[in-house]
Write a protein that binds this ligand. Sequence first.
Ligand SMILES: *[C@@H]1O[C@H](CO)[C@@H](O)[C@H](O)[C@H]1NC(C)=O
Ligand SMILES: *[C@@H]1O[C@H](CO)[C@@H](O)[C@H](O)[C@H]1NC(C)=O
Ligand SMILES: *[C@@H]1O[C@H](CO)[C@@H](O)[C@H](O)[C@H]1NC(C)=O
Ligand SMILES: *[C@@H]1O[C@H](CO)[C@@H](O)[C@H](O)[C@H]1NC(C)=O
Length: 218
Amino acid sequence: MRSIVVNALALVPAVLASGNTCPFNYPAELNTTESHQIFTIASNSPVTNNRAIQLRKNSYLQGGFFAGIDATSPVLLGNFRGGGFYSEACNDVNQPYDLGPTGYLSERDEINGTHRYNVGFTNATIWPGKVERSWYLLGGSSDGTYELYHEEPLEVVNGSLLCTADIDLDSGPWYQLFYNTCMEVPHEFPGCEYVGVTTTVAATIYNGKCDIAGLVAS
Ligand SMILES: *[C@@H]1O[C@H](CO)[C@@H](O)[C@H](O)[C@H]1NC(C)=O
Ligand SMILES: *[C@@H]1O[C@H](CO)[C@@H](O)[C@H](O)[C@H]1NC(C)=O
Ligand SMILES: *[C@@H]1O[C@H](CO)[C@@H](O)[C@H](O)[C@H]1NC(C)=O
Ligand SMILES: *[C@@H]1O[C@H](CO)[C@@H](O)[C@H](O)[C@H]1NC(C)=O
């Protein structure tokens, strides 16, 4: 019985691959895509690994959100256009539309050269003034998996950090997503882990052709 189950599972990827109507060489880097994505944490901790990033209401900024993980907030659905990170929602017939808030960083603190930035979403007209066109997806693998990055001015170590939140605890405990930069060795913030934020970009099919961010494969 056990071996039958294992074989059935092993067949799944082959079936998906043969049914794939849209083979595509994913570009190494993307900052525009028609794809609508959710983002998951890649961590060594079983508690946070594979959890989807959620939009948690920012009680300090009306209409704003933090990015993080908790028990109740809606999952972030995102779309990239010209380096902007647009949050989306789905209407009642399941079509994604722009929710309004876009992604931005704001500095939280700096210790020993490691800068920690809040990852936030808000109406860019209200804050930070205009859409932050600094987001990109790096490392397209054969199945369209990418990691989220933010452009930085210098040759710096940069990536994501997930911390047990120490602010805005009134509506329950949560993990806050930060972005960090440092020159060499990242500082170890207590209650935090360095994580990857990964997503899978799907090809869009137009009249039998595949399109990712305007790059067309037939
Ligand atoms: C990302 O978007 C910006 C703004 O549209 C553009 O100037 C830049 O060339 C893009 N970079 C990449 C790698 O696509
Ligand atoms: C952002 O807020 C401004 C001012 O309230 C409003 O005019 C605009 O439509 C909003 N933008 C989005 C994308 O919701
Ligand atoms: C900063 O780095 C120095 C040298 O490694 C270390 O002694 C010090 O404790 C660090 N400061 C903090 C706040 O971690
Ligand atoms: C940020 O990190 C990525 C992945 O390690 C790297 O490719 C990129 O060059 C870094 N950015 C800067 C400005 O150094």
